[in-house]
Design a protein around this ligand. Structure first.
Ligand code: HSE
Length: 373
């Protein structure tokens, strides 16, 4: 396999290092803005030279961001080149365009590193869905948020201090909004649901709220009640109805999710035959992420392409109910079941209505109670 590698940052460099040890994959060209020289690959700023090089059969996109990653990936598919990418925002945003286009052009497309970094999550979904209906996907999909919440819970740090540490360790992006507001997790659960259920979930119908408004006082409140807060994604299918959302969630302190340390991920599927299966590992970082990009290239060499047939867009129904912890905002008193200090626990309300309420009360912090009331 001859690769045109787009991007030479964290993941691109990791990919280059790993394939340097193999003889079945070689990097012919690297497209990047850095002034670097490499012993065995041409470095260029000109993506068109990758397209024009007929010896390059596969484009590995490790640039991140939507543009020009989208234009480059689309052009690569149209030119008949296989694509491997770690870019969840790209695949999630342009799912309805890129997956059918790859099918139409007969090119192979994989993106395992886009969800769970070094965890073999999407490739396991591909296997799981071959022999059973997948009923539920989701879990802890963002290392930065887990690091912040874990530091607040175990070490008693404040939010700002925990975030600074996550940035210093290179987990959080320089602009951490994508991580802490749950957008990264949102991309990941939509992509996971699309593959698990063989549909295209409408992103505009998938609500998301993150952890940026959590306080040390909330964490103390959770501890008093034997709970631990995690940012969790959920996607379900039942009788042709699909739900999907991202929200902070409170787990009993002995639940598997509650024990996940530092920047690790715990991603779970529930299948009709397998029951619950959870994958635990490094959801980010140079070599874990690059590992799955290399795995995708090896899978292409073995003849694999996308994980699931493309499915049409479906509506998302978040009318299922659960109880919520809410601090701040104005909540109707008749729906308050309990008081926890200066916060309240609601009676069961729908996920859709909880997120709609939050839009009207943007300074409030909400977290779902995993075990219900
Ligand atoms: N910023 C992401 C995380 C990296 O913290 O998990 C992988 O998507």
């Amino acid at each position: 396999m001859k690769v045109g590698l787009l991007g030479f940052g964290v993941v691109g460099r990791g990919f280059y290092d790993i394939v340097a040890t193999r003889n079945d994959i070689s990097v012919a060209k690297v497209v990047c803005l850095e002034d670097i020289t490499l012993p065995d690959a041409e470095v260029t700023r000109d993506f068109q030279s990758v397209l024009a090089d007929d010896s390059i059969d596969t484009v590995v996109e490790a640039m991140g961001g939507l543009h020009p990653a989208y234009e480059f990936v689309r052009a690569a598919i149209e030119a008949g080149k296989n694509v491997v990418t770690s870019n969840k925002a790209l695949v999630c945003t342009f799912y309805d365009e890129l997956i059918p286009l790859a099918n139409e052009k007969g090119v192979k497309f994989r993106c395992t590193a886009a969800v769970g970094g070094g965890i073999c999550w999407l490739s396991e979904l591909e296997r799981a869905r071959r022999v059973q209906k997948i009923l539920r996907v989701g879990g802890i999909m963002n290392g930065t948020c887990n690091y912040i919440l874990d530091s607040m819970t175990r070490l008693g740090l404040g939010y700002d201090e925990a975030l600074k540490q996550a940035q210093a360790l290179g987990y959080a992006e320089a602009n951490p909004t994508t991580d802490v507001e749950g957008i990264d997790t949102w991309h990941k659960v939509i992509l996971s649901g699309n593959i698990a259920f063989g549909v295209s979930l409408d992103p505009s119908q998938v609500p998301v709220t993150g952890i940026s408004r959590i306080s040390a006082e909330d964490v103390e409140n959770f501890k008093t009640h034997g709970k631990v807060c995690k940012l969790v994604s959920t996607g379900t299918q039942e009788n042709g109805t699909y739900s999907a959302y991202v929200q902070p969630t409170l787990f009993d302190s002995n639940a598997p999710e509650a024990t996940i340390p530092t920047n690790y991920n715990l991603i779970t599927l529930i299948g009709e035959h397998s029951g619950r299966q959870s994958l635990y590992g490094q959801g980010a970082g140079r070599y874990p992420t690059a590992y799955n990009v290399v795995q995708d290239c090896v899978d292409l060499l073995c003849g694999k392409s996308f994980y699931a047939p493309y499915g049409e867009k479906v509506c998302v129904d978040n009318s299922g109910t659960m109880c919520y912890y809410i601090r701040g905002g104005h909540f109707p008193t008749e729906k308050i079941a309990e008081h926890w200090g200066n916060a309240i626990i609601t009676t069961p309300i729908s996920v859709a209505s909880a997120h709609a309420w939050l839009k009207e009360n943007p300074d409030a912090f909400i977290a779902a109670l995993d075990a219900g009331c």
